[in-house]
Design a protein around this ligand. Structure first.
Ligand SMILES: Cc1cc2nc3c(=O)[nH]c(=O)nc-3n(C[C@H](O)[C@H](O)[C@H](O)COP(=O)(O)O)c2cc1C
Length: 295
């Protein structure tokens, strides 16, 4: 592996390694307004939600690496203490990117990027009509992380009102990930689009205590066939049969009899998992001890 000591590498290169690795990042499309009323829009991907009660979102406006200057958004939130954070859907990507251009503080990026301003209800900055989610926020704190180029300024935002487009909701009123069609920022100029096959479900209830990998038989943990992801589905079960219990099922015993090797049996386990027959897969895995631990 390549090992990097942050003290021994140029900040611009470290920045790229960090951004390539911490990805895809959600994008806060931040609308602010200066004390003298100039609207401002800018994307910020050092961003996330950190608390639901109180509802806290944090993004970081960094000092520029090249010349250690700060950005308009930071200045505006210092002046007014308010921001509207928007979700960024795929349809907005190009216009959003226009707002990352370093326009002068007197320039209104709504006009430059062709977005439609909508009045907010609880704060002064405008909302972006084209975004599916608008979060009106007051700024609780601004935490500088340093004074050199590349240093972040954490802008701690408390959401006071949220607006969600009906168009991205499921019939039961939750956000549908396919309909909201969000994008995330990756390293350099790469983005990820969260839709279609890129979205998948891993249902893991936190209060259902799974047996864990260490409860799987050695023959499974050292399988030349089954992957960590496949074994994890069995490790998530709340209990496993013993080898004797598994083999007591005539259907299991028959499969074991048909398989010449442990690898053959593990291929059958894979097929069972593909058919979502996780309990059956678990019985085959436990019975696999009967074929020995060598694949
Ligand atoms: C998708 C995307 C994400 C960005 N994320 C950040 C970020 O997290 N922090 C930051 O300081 N700049 C970030 N930038 C760069 C700013 O958007 C850019 O410097 C912009 O001109 C700042 O605008 P402002 O001066 O109006 O605040 C990002 C740019 C893009 C396109």
């Amino acid at each position: 592996m390549r090992t990097i000591d942050p003290m021994q590498i140029a900040t611009k290169d470290l920045h790229q390694f960090m951004l390539g690795a911490v990805a895809p990042r959600p994008i806060a499309f931040a609308s602010t307004i200066s004390a003298d009323g100039v609207p401002n829009l800018a994307p910020y991907s050092f961003f996330n939600a950190f608390s639901s009660n109180p509802p806290i979102l944090i993004f970081s406006s960094n000092r520029r690496v090249e010349n250690n200057t700060t950005k308009d958004t930071l200045q505006n939130v210092k002046e007014t203490g308010e921001v509207v954070i928007h979700a960024v859907s795929y349809a907005m990507a190009r216009q959003m990117a226009l707002c990352s251009i370093e326009y002068d503080a007197t320039v209104d990026e709504f006009a430059k990027a062709g977005f439609t301003p909508l009045p907010s209800e609880r704060v002064r900055p405008f909302r972006v009509a084209e975004s599916p989610v608008h979060m009106e926020c007051v700024v609780d704190d601004i935490i500088p992380l340093g004074d050199k180029g590349g240093a972040g300024n954490l802008i701690v935002c408390r959401m006071v009102l949220m607006h969600i487009s009906e168009e991205v909701l499921t019939p039961s009123g939750r956000i549908d990930p396919q309909k909201i069609d969000l994008i995330g920022r990756m390293g350099r100029f790469y983005y990820a689009r969260a839709s279609g096959d890129a979205i998948f479900e891993v249902v893991q209830k936190v209060n259902e205590i799974g047996v864990g990998f260490d409860a799987l038989p050695r023959s499974a943990r050292h399988s030349s066939v089954l992957t960590g992801s496949e074994l994890a589905r069995i490790a998530a079960l709340r209990q496993l049969p013993s080898r004797e219990e598994a083999l007591a099922d005539p259907a299991v015993a028959e499969v074991v009899r048909q398989c010449n090797t442990l690898a053959d049996l593990h291929l059958r386990v894979r097929q069972a998992l593909e058919r979502e027959q996780v309990d059956w897969a678990a019985r085959l895995v436990m019975a696999g001890e009967a074929l020995g631990s060598t694949p």
